[in-house]
Write a protein that binds this ligand. Sequence first.
Ligand code: ADP
Ligand code: SF4
Length: 693
Amino acid sequence: MDYMDRDSRYDVLFDAVDIGPLKSKNRFYQVPHCNGGGYRDPSAAAEMRGIKSQGGWGVIFTEQCEMHHSSEITPFIELRLWDDADIPMIAKMADRMKEYGALAGIQLAYSGINGPNLYTKEVPLAVTGMPIRTFTNDPVSARSLDKEDIKNLRRWFVNAAKRSRTAGFNLICLYGAHGFGIFQHFLSTATNQRTDEYGGSLENRARFVKEVVEEVRNEVGDNMGITLRLSLDEMIGDLGFANSEVRDFVEMHQDLPDLWDLAHGAWEDCSGPSRFKEEAAQFDLVTGIRKLTSKPIVGVGRFTSPDVMVKQIKSGTLDFIGCARPSIADPFLPKKIEEGRIQDIRECIGCNICITGDMTMSISRCTQNPTFMEEWRKGWHPEIIEPKGKTSKVLVIGSGPAGLEAALACSNRGYDVTLTEASNILGGRVAKERKLPGLSAWGRVADYREYQLSQKPNVETYLESSLDADQVLEFGFENVCIATGSSWRADGVSRQHVVPISNDNSLNLYTPDDIMNDKLPTGKVVIYDDDHYYMGGVIAEKLIEKGCDVTLLTPCAYVSEWSINTLEQAEIQKRLIEMGVKIELNRGLVSIFNSKLISNCTYTQNEKEIETDNLVMVASRKPQDQLYKDLLLKKTIWNDAGITSVKLIGDANAPGPIAWATYAGHRYARELDTEDLGDVLPFRREVTNLASN
Ligand code: ADP
Ligand code: SF4
């Protein structure tokens, strides 16, 4: 292929780089990342990795793979390599990774103090026995590894390495980052309180990793590369494996692994959302480490900009550009840079919805890339889509994430698309939410699609065009896609209340829509949050910045509770506390009466009055589906108007996070003019083979 269009300053990203006995074709390195599918959905996970191979990545890793049954992290779903029976599953993934020339890597994890062993019922083994440290505070403790256990554990790593080789992998990553891997547990004085030769001095704490690397290398090192994944700083102060000690360790053991894979802190630190972390946020922590070793370094930082990537290389900071989320949002990121198509990169917005697939043990989604984890289940390719079916014209009403994605994917299929939007700007909810504190990167959902649509000869866009049913019938498009979104309810209906809250209208009442439309309260404000995702917390930030006296009232035990799944709950609560928001947890809202709020304790039901001037109701959203209902009433004349299909999608159908809307828009386009599957399951899945006895 001719890369004439590529700016030569990006050439450096396509240098080949050695990793031990092997060579990566370029510097694009997909670091290990979860996907919620793991051992339950191995073909879906394998196909997802295969698509990245096609997208041009030089190195592609699995998610963490439990390398021995004595340490597992149920209920979370990752990969397993407990015995030979698991080899075919991971071999399928290795095959798909290598299909277009990437090096295939497997991340071997022994979870130690993080593995509660709820499934295997084995007593967990840790460097120093203590209560298990997980997201779920399981009432389980680990016992300390004795010398025999350490010997066994070394052998288990070698066994896992041999199995990985049999499965066809090129690289082995020894996991010692994010607090999740035993190598970190040995290295950190927080988790290693041993008094034998494996504890105490850094030299002693490093003994285990040195032994494992040596033994694994003796067994597979001739044809496999060994990488060591560490956190740049454990982020728990001097007791932890802090940045200065990481540097000492690298300096003392310069040539230990074939590559240093430098992650950061706990997973929450490493995968910080854009609300709290900029691109390349780890730059300072990683700067200078490369000089301490002759081995290449990979680092992460939600890299989506090729210029930022080039800076990492040219400044001598990194040898490889590590990406997890950017590779999810755009599996073809390297190809697009290689071919000089920067403007086509679907940039990660840093929302961490992908992580929720893992945290909820479901299967991952991506806000920007609706095909993620549907590559095998539905046969959706992120860059290729079936040509159009028998009809030709689509009217998409509403330009939020659902409408924009439907319009783009329909135009990619070759339909003539007309997109209408009631307001004077494209983007729907994203156009408004991007202006809230910390959410500006979310605007990329609209920007990417708006630019792509502007390049299409078969798309016409009309702003300030609010359509009613008669107009839709008049236009007579064959297909009508209604993506008219939702609006926030003011009546308090959500989880605590399934019918409207008793309200004598004695307070100024606002919804998030009011706040986003700059209709702002002044003075004392109570935000009632029975939504539990980001909106309540973000509005609290906005109003306190505007000088209001803000109280956040929620029936939950946490602020923005569901954001535990996006790894940002702790940061949100910390920020609100530091900004001076008063937080009332485990309290609901009973009624609005006589210029006061009556609030109840969610456990005892004891009530108290709260004085305030204003109430912001962050409860739930109502679909804006009137247009659809009006059209349904006129179904008998659709035919005469030339209409063959009318579909309601996205928030107008059922409100949800933005990722649900882009998925709905994409699905609409994929399914247009296809056969109705009737009662057939609309995706592939794997069903466990029954044992013969
Ligand atoms: P979703 O998340 O499902 O995409 P959004 O609320 O983000 O939904 O976007 C819906 C968009 O539809 C909004 O920009 C809104 O202005 C627009 N809209 C709503 N009703 C109409 C209508 N009748 N005609 C044209 N556009 C509409
Ligand atoms: Fe990025 Fe959000 Fe997609 Fe994750 S879900 S890859 S954070 S855009």
